[in-house]
Design a protein around this ligand. Structure first.
Ligand code: PNS
Length: 164
């Protein structure tokens, strides 16, 4: 049983995240998409909203025989990974600029918990510049999000702004 954790903020989930999860399904029997609960950050979407959107959009991807589960966690990622009996942590690398920070995290995680391997995966080139941070910025400045995030995410972003 190969179980991986795909951790992140997912604020919001992008098409780049979904591309990585779809690719991860070729390698793992189960992937737990784990949202970090970070009390120091003011998020755009609550944990519940992020969980709900992930649950919806995961139904739209090619899962093959891989089981996908959405969860959230606090504290050290490796502690969470061990508690979930995971073998690996999946992280997406878009460009060399991601690599330095990701390598640092992967090596720190390995030092903290040598039994867990970090697997770096590359998204399709189409998504090599897509990040949740840029998606929020483009949205807040009135730009077009089609193709960058699932339609349901874009709709939820619009709803949220209209509620204010
Ligand atoms: O989507 P993000 O914000 O790039 O994800 C970052 C994340 C959640 C993977 C990272 O911040 C993390 O693992 N946080 C949990 C705390 C932890 O384990 N810190 C030590 C990392 S070496």
């Amino acid at each position: 049983m190969r179980r991986a954790i795909y951790p992140g903020s997912f604020d919001p989930v992008t098409n780049g995240h979904l591309d990585i999860i779809e690719r991860g399904c070729k390698l793992f029997d189960e992937i737990i998409i784990a949202i970090l609960v970070n009390p120091d950050k003011q998020p755009f979407f609550s944990i519940e909203e992020r969980r709900d959107m992930l649950d919806q959009v995961l139904k739209t991807i090619k899962q093959q025989n891989c089981v996908l589960r959405v969860d959230d966690f606090e504290g050290l990622l490796v502690h969470y990974a061990v508690a979930q009996k995971a073998n690996a942590i999946v992280r997406g690398i878009r460009a060399i600029s991601d690599y330095e920070y990701e390598l640092q995290m992967a090596l720190m995680n390995r030092r903290l918990e040598p039994s867990i391997e970090t697997v770096f995966m590359m998204p399709a080139e189409t998504y090599s510049y897509v990040s949740s941070r840029l998606v929020k910025e483009v949205f807040q400045l009135g730009g077009e999000l089609a193709g960058l995030v699932p339609a349901v995410v874009e709709a939820r972003m619009k709803d949220k702004v209209n509620q204010k």
